[in-house]
Design a protein around this ligand. Structure first.
Ligand SMILES: *Cc1c(COP(=O)(O)O)cnc(C)c1O
Length: 466
């Protein structure tokens, strides 16, 4: 086969023109839908029967494959941006952010290094700067957009352990590095902390949260004291959660920082969901102390209106993270220069797309005030939901909401009734609201991150529980 033929699939020809039109039309149609259809999951057998084998020796042709995606595959995916999708933590990307995702895809940018992606990294860093400023971080703070909170938490903890190792931290009385390092978190911390610890080969010391679901400074101090120096000397980091996934509860960050400082322990804040609310005046006070932590994460793909996948990982002293993460190789030396900001130096991973750009573009387009207003809107809807639940005889709040997650029980429902109800709402394309288990009890929860979710949507969902 001649090189000309090999390269032909890369050339913009008539077929490309037709496909470009079809793809752009498809994207425009999806953006215009309001609300989007909820759609639903399908079994593998069902998809195999309908979509069949898609990879063939000669290819199916662009318009044909796009049509298959439109008619079959896309409809077997639940829309995370539906205003009555309140499951897990959904998403609500702005039109500007979604549109710019197309541009990022078309631009073939390598955003792992400044040399190759300077313009993209410059823009990403301005978006990181906005988040850093919200947290009250100093001018030298910085970081990188990684895939999600799981990779963000892992990367921050790897940096924290490296710092403890470099500082020559020793196990009590042994004169040597601890054989087992430990990270501390509250009992309502996200599962990714446990996952990170397993990957790193470190132990997790779990401290019970108070009845409101918060890890507090005094509880942390007491747990470290009770564990004794043999254990507490091996603690390299504490993870405070700023908005638990289950309840949206914010830990006592101020108290945690005070206890950790005295003991030379790195404080990382997992704000994957909740730190977005730093943009909201009405709840900012919940995050007091965040300005003094060592690192934090917040996922723009959760409550900052960006498409998947983007987690902002930010360090107070990025040089400490670079020492832990920068990969060394002869062919990478060309990337080194005193003022080059290489995003790959601050997290797990080397090659990366400029995944922070859709978030940056939308922020630049709409301005930060629109972000504050949109986050406030979900908070207001959550407060309205809580009021509605208090007023109805057949449901009750499991806890008072702090942010935009509302957890409720339907009185007299056995666990399977929650599952049947969820299934029915999804089947009818009306809403996607999943059960969760709290202290052994099956309940349900509304995670509200979409500014298009109205109190009337909540009322309609609650009515289906009557
Ligand atoms: C969602 C979430 C994570 C994990 O983030 P991913 O982006 O899903 O990897 C971590 N911590 C908290 C508190 C979360 O809500």
């Amino acid at each position: 086969m001649s090189l000309a033929i090999l390269c032909s699939v890369h050339r913009y020809d008539m077929d490309s023109e037709i496909l470009a039109q079809a793809v752009v039309d498809y994207a425009r149609e999806r953006l215009r839908l309001h609300p989007v259809p909820l759609d639903g999951s399908r079994s593998h057998a069902d998809l195999a029967a309908t979509a069949g084998a898609t990879i063939t020796a000669d290819g199916m042709g662009g318009v044909e494959v796009l049509d298959l995606f439109d008619k079959v595959l896309s409809r077997a995916c639940i829309s995370v941006d539906h205003p009555r999708n309140l499951s897990f933590i959904p998403a609500a990307p702005t039109k500007a952010a979604i549109l710019f995702d197309l541009v990022v895809g078309a631009s073939s940018v390598y955003a792992g290094s400044w040399l190759e992606g300077a313009g993209a990294v410059y823009a990403e860093n301005q978006a990181l700067r906005w988040v850093s400023d919200l947290a009250g971080f100093p001018p030298q703070a910085g970081g990188v957009f990684v895939q999600g909170g799981t990779v963000g938490n892992l990367s921050a903890l790897v940096a924290a352990r490296h710092v403890a190792q470099q500082a020559g931290r020793q196990a009590a009385g042994s004169g040597t590095e601890p054989t087992t390092w430990r990270v501390v978190c509250g009992s309502e911390a996200h599962s990714s902390v446990e996952t990170a610890a397993r990957i790193m080969g470190v132990d997790v010391l779990v401290v019970a949260t108070d009845p409101d679901g918060r890890l507090t400074g005094p509880a942390l101090g007491a747990a470290l004291d009770a564990a004794g120096t043999a254990v507490s000397d091996t603690v390299f980091a504490v993870v405070a959660t700023a908005g638990t996934t289950q309840f949206g509860i914010v830990d006592d960050i101020r108290g945690i920082v005070d206890v950790a400082r005295e003991r030379g322990i790195w404080v990382h804040v997992d704000g994957a969901y909740g730190l977005a609310a730093l943009a909201a005046e009405s709840v900012r006070h919940l995050f007091t102390g965040v300005a003094d932590v060592d690192s934090f994460i917040v996922d723009p793909h959760k409550w900052l209106f960006a498409p998947f996948d983007a987690c902002a990982l930010i360090y107070r002293e990025p040089a400490l993270a670079r020492a832990a993460h920068a990969q060394k190789a002869g062919y990478l030396e060309v990337l080194e220069s005193p003022d080059a900001w290489n995003p790959a130096d601050y997290a797990i991973g080397l090659s990366r797309r400029a995944r922070g750009l859709p978030f940056w573009f939308s922020l630049a387009v709409h301005g930060t005030r629109a972000y504050s207003a949109a986050v406030e809107k979900s908070l207001a809807t959550a407060r309205a939901a809580a009021d509605q639940i208090r007023a109805l005889p057949y449901v009750e709040l499991v806890r008072e909401p702090q942010l935009s997650v509302v957890v409720l029980r339907r009185l007299n429902w056995a666990p399977e009734m929650y599952y049947e109800w969820t299934e029915k709402l999804l089947q009818s394309g009306f809403a996607f609201v999943t059960p969760t288990v709290h202290e052994g009890e099956t309940v349900t929860r509304f995670a509200i991150v979409n500014p298009c979710t109205e109190p009337a949507d909540i009322a309609a969902i609650l009515e289906t529980m009557a």
